[in-house]
Design a protein around this ligand. Sequence first.
Ligand code: HPA
Length: 270
Amino acid sequence: MLKKIQETAHFIKDKVEVIPNIAIILGTGLGELAHEISDKKEIPYEQIPNFPLSTVEGHSGKLIFGKLGGKDVIAMQGRFHFYEGYNMKEVTFPIRVFQALGIEYLFVSNAAGGMNGSFDIGDIMLIDDHINLFPEHPLHGKNYKELGVRFPDMSEAYNKELRLMAMQVAKDNNIKLQHGVYIGTQGPTFETPSEYNYFRIIGGDAVGMSTVPEVIVANHAKMKVLAFSIITDLGVIGKIVECTHEDVQEAAKIAQPKMAFIMQEIIKKI
Ligand code: HPA
């Protein structure tokens, strides 16, 4: 694994002039943030050695290098989901490559179902914390000291300073920003009403099928993480209606300029 990570990092270093210290993962329906990136250089995943290929509709699959908020960034357009059949080492491989490239900040976005009764479709939720309900752990197996400690601390998986900055940016610009706990599940089914209810009872505000594996590995790698969910559907008793992938993409698209704005403003300040 270490060899593969180094091989991929070397490939990337040879392709781009500047290696950023900020990486962004663009979630379902949130790829348009990429349009805000200037001086772009794109590398499709299929050209990157050892990278898995993204398969799901709405994820185009490339690394984008360029400038955002005046800083150099790498953006992942399209991520690898567990439900696609990848194992957790594959899902989180790009984060290991980011670690090898020296990334310090990881910004993550996703689409999620809201269980908190005060949430509306189209809201942005700042992730304060998560609950990992995936059936496989990304750090399962041999621990490589070079990558991090055997038992990583998760007391502040989402960096507090960055979260405070996000709340300040939202306040200063009259952007409604919710915050709460994200539950990561394997999917690919959306939840039954009883499952949404259960996730609410155990402490979740939103639920989705991504983010948690990447954030665990980013913490293992000592990165500072900031993550947002776009609430694309509601898992609130009395408000649950049929939900499709298209509904999720559509709702995410509408909210994404506001999330992109918050991210850019934070990037300017770090
Ligand atoms: N559940 C799980 N994943 C999701 C949802 C949901 O309701 N909405 C978007 N991704």
